[in-house]
Design a protein around this ligand. Structure first.
Ligand SMILES: [Zn+2]
Length: 117
């Protein structure tokens, strides 16, 4: 697992610093990067100086993006990305589905359904 895109994100956005590196696999790089970019535009446009991310991680197979503050617009973006994460393989980024029948719950494409972390 590479941390480069995660450190880039945290370095580029002051409001990401509190949450540290996103605790997700690389398949969600595009999803998380897009979400952060979209939020960033709103944060700058609306001068949301108090806005901070608390934690970004995977839980029960989908993305969790916890933050302090934020607007309805931001929360709607987060909700959409969290939902979308259930259709993107967390390992490789290909279309996947939420696997709930195995020993652990995760979102995976057919290639990664049985892979261990
Ligand atoms: Zn995959």
């Amino acid at each position: 697992m590479s941390n480069n895109w995660k450190s880039d994100l945290v370095r580029a956005h002051r409001w990401m610093r509190h949450g540290g590196y996103p605790s997700v696999n690389d398949g969600w790089e595009k999803l998380v990067t897009k979400l952060v970019d979209d939020i960033s535009e709103i944060v700058e446009r609306d001068n949301l100086n108090e806005f901070q991310v608390a934690q970004v991680k995977e839980k029960f197979g989908t993305l969790r993006f916890y933050c302090y503050g934020g607007t309805d617009e931001i929360h709607a973006l987060i909700e959409a990305a969290e939902e979308e994460s259930g259709r993107i393989c967390e390992d490789c980024g290909k279309p996947g589905r939420l696997m709930t029948g195995g020993p652990w719950i995760h979102t995976a494409c057919p290639d990664h359904e049985g892979d261990d972390r």
